[in-house]
Design a protein. Structure first.
Length: 129
């Protein structure tokens, strides 16, 4: 049994609303086959999440003067044990690239947040808890 430490990835991908259910499901299924499970935020019969970004948002500035764009996005969350972090990042890249190709997503620059977290679980049927 491993400890409670996990690495959480939050992957944000832009897509047209009609592409979100199939593309997000494909990515989540591919990651689940490798790591046991993933969570879709926006997609799979859920409303899309809305992303906002400035054209010059890639620059680190105090304020941004570029046009603000609004686009539908979905997010996939994956948590892995720390020793699987690099493998997970490579698998995320592969899964997203495949979905972009398969569904013609307009995504190019993929936002991936990585954080260290602790996870806990409980069984709702366990009368000892």
């Amino acid at each position: 049994m491993t400890g409670s430490e996990r690495v959480r990835f939050l992957v944000i991908v832009s897509a047209e609303p009609d592409q979100i259910p199939a593309a997000s499901e494909q990515i989540a299924r591919q990651l689940s086959k490798q790591f046991g499970g993933a969570t879709i935020l926006g997609g799979n019969d859920l409303p899309s999440v809305t992303g906002y970004w400035a054209e010059d948002g890639h620059a680190f500035k105090n304020t941004y003067s570029g046009t603000i764009h609004k686009e539908p996005v979905f997010a996939v969350m994956l948590m892995v044990v720390p020793e699987d972090e690099e493998r997970a990042f490579l698998e995320i890249q592969s899964a997203v690239k495949q979905a972009v190709s398969d569904f013609g997503l307009r995504s190019r620059h993929i936002h991936v947040e990585v954080s260290s977290v602790r996870s806990r679980h409980f069984d709702v049927c366990d009368t000892e808890s």
